[in-house]
Design a binder for this molecule. Sequence first.
Ligand code: NZQ
Ligand code: ZN
Length: 386
Amino acid sequence: MYNFEYKNPVKILFGKDTISKLGGEVPREANILMTYGGGSIKRTGVYDQVKAALAGYNLIEFGGIEANPHYETCMKAVEVVKENKIDFLLAVGGGSVLDATKFIASAALYENGDPWDILALAGKVVVKKALPLGAVLTLPATGSEMNGNAVITRVETQEKKAFGSPLVMPQFSVLDPQCVFTLPDRQVANGIVDAFVHVFEQYLTYDVNSPLQDRMAESILTTLIEEGPKVLANRTDYEAAANFMWSATMALNGIIAVGVPQDWSTHQIGHELTAFHGIDHARTLAIVLPGLMKIKRSNKKEKIVQYGERIWGVKEGNIDERIDASIAKTVEFFESVGIACRLPDYDVPKDTIDKIVQRFKESNAAIGEKRDMDYQEIEEILMDRL
Ligand code: NZQ
Ligand code: ZN
């Protein structure tokens, strides 16, 4: 196992009717900006619950944050933050609202020029300051509620970029599984597959003798496979909703990543599909992952075989046959929750592959857990998905 440091300061308030506890978490004297999306929170009653919990607080609102949140919209919110001397941000929504709020929190205090650099030069530009934020999560999927990551799209240039900083980890996140009750099938399916692939990015690499992390990762996968379909079948099954919600958080709060190699190339390639075609994040992962497992089968051999055996009971055949069977089981699972796994299912033409490959070529990309995946392999992976 590798050396590691781990700190996760996010306080989780999990369970039925926990939104009512907000008053105890948000600073009483703060100027609060509540951020939200396209209006689902008004239809579901979450908006009213938040307003009731924070009655008497100094709170203004910024709505209209899109799915795959736009840099352009975030910068409008930054203006609101500055004009109103906001000193606390409360994100109410899914991963998109949370991510946008994290970017707003850092962009509002960014002093080194264009805040786009936080994203464009992520890794080189270090976020030094950010406004404090809290979250009410309405959609289990991204893990954004318990991590320091955010992904933002710039419409003007069709770019989707991520950044991470411990400074944008929420101070608290409220997770009421009853929020799942109002989710459409499409978003439940997205949540299952996104969380599933988050586990993959931290698990399906190579062995460093980390049996605990492996088994924790496998337990999240198994729970998603068992509980996800229950949520799809009965949206008001509270226990299934709770187990699904906590699985999605555990999939990307850093705990299964400690001491092990990480991949993230499915995400990096997937973000390009969203950037060019607006495809839901999870669906881009379902497209890319089977191709990636196929093309990177030698790097990932032991882990794919372990995954196939422990998760799907694949025990027959030689190594290659077992890898093929494990990929097929994965695709079957994604399709069973209603997510198609090929580019033509989303009307993506070959031309888009060329554009994506060109981007990776220009950036001289070397991604994956061994940093050995170049633009040519990315092309092979995408061509496999046509
Ligand atoms: O915008 P509103 O009206 O709120 O509606 C949303 C949106 O249309 C709706 N929704 C949310 N909660 C609901 C609900 N509808 C009914 N009932 C509820 N309780 O669902 C739609 C999708 O919401 P969105 O926030 O976009 O979905 P998700 O949580 O899947 O977030 C996706 C974004 O997160 C990023 C993705 O790239 C994408 O931009 N990710 C963030 C990560 C992170 N911060 O760590 C990691 C992920 O890998 C991912 O990249
Ligand atoms: Zn994801």
